[in-house]
Design a binder for this molecule. Structure first.
Ligand code: ACO
Length: 428
């Protein structure tokens, strides 16, 4: 293939190099476009065709339904690794040795305390506050308790900053839940694994011993792995762009949490269950809601269907569907909302509207069902996603800083008024 792309504007030709990724993805390198053309820019709302960076973290091919972290398939990682191992892989680029993984865990445990004063900030929120807002605020607040900025050229400082946020984030997530549930704030148990400890921090009752359920812990571990990273999605791009101004790791991650909150992104898992509940309340008529989803005059969309990049199937959805069946079986749960989900899925997969537009169930269609079976309330679904995505955000922030990427600053095409004269207020 030619290594050059040619662009012609008003009869004048410009050449731009093509760059090729390790998986043969081709991109036109337009870094010099404005300079050589005298100010011509590109426009691509939603960045459907625009690469913002070169990245060695996650490969995904939406047409073929492939997702790999650092070259390892998501299917193999979900089956053979645990979440902390995958977090290490994402952040540091290689699977850890036994010693590296142990050290990572020991270092995390040593940092898992959150300053007691953070509890006062949490106290200021009403119980009804959405845990995503609480989580993003508390994550931002961490900067006040850990004020030293990270020297990104120091491997040790980078490592310590990463360990700090990996350690404190599950505590904050559990606290956001406990505050809402009216439960006393608690710390975890250093003798437990990272995910099991988190489950205990969430569900431990003040007056009884916590009983671990391995099926729940394993399913959650898998869910977190599947959410670990997803290359340049909305929240990750947000983390990179905020971090590109050299804002610190806590606030960059906090910005990612806010981006994740929206129902078109991480908020979809909450929206799926709310939609299924609404269908149940309305008489469980799935056909009615299928028609609404297809009606262009109706804003209703089938939550949990469609994906910006997966136009074949979402490989995470395949894995999670199996995990959902296992959890429901082992917990002996018979949930009418699940029957509605199954009905909708079947109808959508056979409906020409969804088939023609390549709209398949995405990871969030099933994750909410698992969370619900585990007894996690619906407002906590997106914070669970954030916990899973944390290593990906950290890895992307670290990569962006180590590559010394320039500050993110898109261009625009101005379509407003041209120069006009100011009119005094008495004449308007
Ligand atoms: N229900 C009904 N119609 C849909 C849906 C849906 N869930 N999703 C897309 N469509 C239709 C659109 O109306 C459009 O139809 P048209 O071509 O006739 O105009 C066509 O499919 C293409 O849709 P776009 O919005 O252009 O697709 P895009 O790639 O921009 O959006 C998105 C992807 C935002 C995920 C969308 O499919 C959606 O809103 N889905 C529901 C929300 C959801 O599940 N989000 C979770 C995403 S996964 C995640 O964040 C982890």
């Amino acid at each position: 293939m030619s290594k050059i792309a040619t662009l012609e504007i008003d009869g004048k030709k410009y050449e731009f190099p093509l760059i090729e990724g390790t998986e043969n993805e081709v991109a036109i390198d337009i870094k010099t476009l404005r300079g050589v053309t005298g100010g011509v820019t590109t426009i691509d709302p939603g960045y459907k065709n625009t690469g913002s960076c070169e990245s060695a973290i996650t490969f995904l091919n939406g047409e073929e339904g492939i997702l790999r972290y650092r070259g390892y398939s998501i299917e193999e990682l979900a089956e053979k690794a645990d979440f902390l191992e995958v977090a290490y892989l994402l952040i540091f680029g290689e699977l850890p040795t036994k010693e590296q993984l142990e050290k990572f865990h020991v270092d995390i445990k040593a940092q898992s305390h959150v300053d007691e004063d953070v509890k006062k900030i949490l106290d200021g929120f009403p119980k009804s506050a959405h845990p995503m807002g609480v989580l993003s605020s508390l994550t931002s607040a961490l900067v006040a308790f850990n004020p030293s900025s990270v020297n990104v050229d120091s491997e040790e400082e980078m490592y310590n900053a990463i360990v700090r946020i990996m350690a404190k984030f599950p505590v904050l997530t559990a606290w956001a839940y406990r505050k809402r549930a009216g439960l006393p704030l608690d710390y975890g148990d250093d003798s437990l694994g990272y995910v099991e400890n988190f489950v205990k921090m969430m569900f431990k009752k003040p007056s009884s011993d916590y009983q671990s359920n391995q099926v729940v812990v394993d399913a959650l571990d898998k869910l977190l792995i599947l959410h670990g990273d997803h290359e340049q999605n909305c929240s990750t791009s947000t983390v990179r762009i905020v971090g590109s101004s050299h804002a610190g790791i806590f606030v960059s991650i906090s910005a990612g949490i806010n981006a994740l909150w929206g129902p078109l992104h991480g908020g979809a898992n909450q929206a799926v269950i709310e939609m299924l509940e609404a269908i149940k309340e309305d008489g469980s008529d799935t056909k009615k809601f299928m028609s609404k989803a297809k009606d262009k005059d109706d804003p209703f969309r089938l939550m949990g269907f469609g994906h910006r990049v997966y136009k074949n199937f979402d490989p995470r959805a395949k894995i999670i569907k199996v995990a959902a069946d296992e959890v429901l079986d082992s917990l002996g749960i018979d949930d009418p909302v699940l029957d509605i989900a199954k009905g909708l899925e079947k109808e959508a997969l056979e409906d020409p509207y969804f088939v023609d537009r390549k709209l398949y169930p995405n990871v969030d269609f099933y994750s909410g069902i698992i969370y619900r079976a585990m007894g996690i309330p619906v407002e906590m679904f997106t914070p669970m996603f954030a916990l899973g995505r944390l290593p990906g955000w950290i890895a992307q922030w670290k990569e962006m800083r180590l590559r010394k990427e320039p500050i993110g600053r898109p261009r625009q095409v101005y379509v407003g008024e041209t120069l006009r004269e100011f009119k005094d207020i008495s004449k308007r």
